[in-house]
Design a protein around this ligand. Structure first.
Ligand code: HEC
Length: 139
């Protein structure tokens, strides 16, 4: 290899290194994590921001309890809830309604809404159930 050839090889190598470095730094600049305003997909607001009434609509309660929760042929009106339930009592009821042997109004319900059972919502996030319970207590 002549001296000239060595120089050419050295420059080619140098350019290659600069080129690769350029690519690497460019990728870093466009990485969204570097941007303050970037919100990763999984942190996007989900049910976390939904209020009790929205959750009630989302989870189909109104199908049975009615659009305004004033009752239908299938389920009782959800009124005066606060008189009957504490927040936590209600939360536990929603998780496992069949385990609840409540007062006489439940005997009436069983008569009146024969064949229709209040589904269990144990699959919902406990925070969402809390919001639903809190909303129902305002009724
Ligand atoms: C498939 C119909 C149906 C759906 C859907 C349903 N319920 Fe019910 N719910 C009932 C029935 C029927 C009763 C009466 C009690 C019983 O038969 O178990 C009841 C009872 C209740 C009670 C007790 C009422 C009282 O007087 O104490 C509450 C509270 C309640 N439901 C809340 C909800 C909420 C909140 C949802 C949605 C997350 C929901 N229900 C979805 C049918 C339903």
């Amino acid at each position: 290899m002549t001296n000239a050839q060595k120089w050419v090889a050295a420059f080619l190598g140098l350019f290659l290194i600069l080129f690769i470095l350029g690519r690497v730094t460019k990728e870093e600049e466009t990485t969204p994590v570097m941007n303050e305003n970037y919100v990763p997909q999984q942190q996007q607001p989900s049910s976390q921001d939904a209020d009790g009434l929205t959750l009630i609509k989302q989870n189909g309660c109104i199908t049975c309890h009615g659009q305004d929760l004033n009752g239908t042929k299938m389920a009782p009106a959800l009124v005066n809830i606060k008189e009957h339930w504490t927040r936590d009592g209600l939360l536990n009821y929603l998780r496992n309604p069949s385990a609840y042997s409540g007062d006489s109004r439940f005997d009436e319900y069983r008569e009146k809404y024969k064949g229709i059972v209040m589904p269990s919502y144990g699959n919902l996030d406990v925070k969402d159930l809390g919001k639903i319970a809190e909303y129902l207590q305002t009724r």
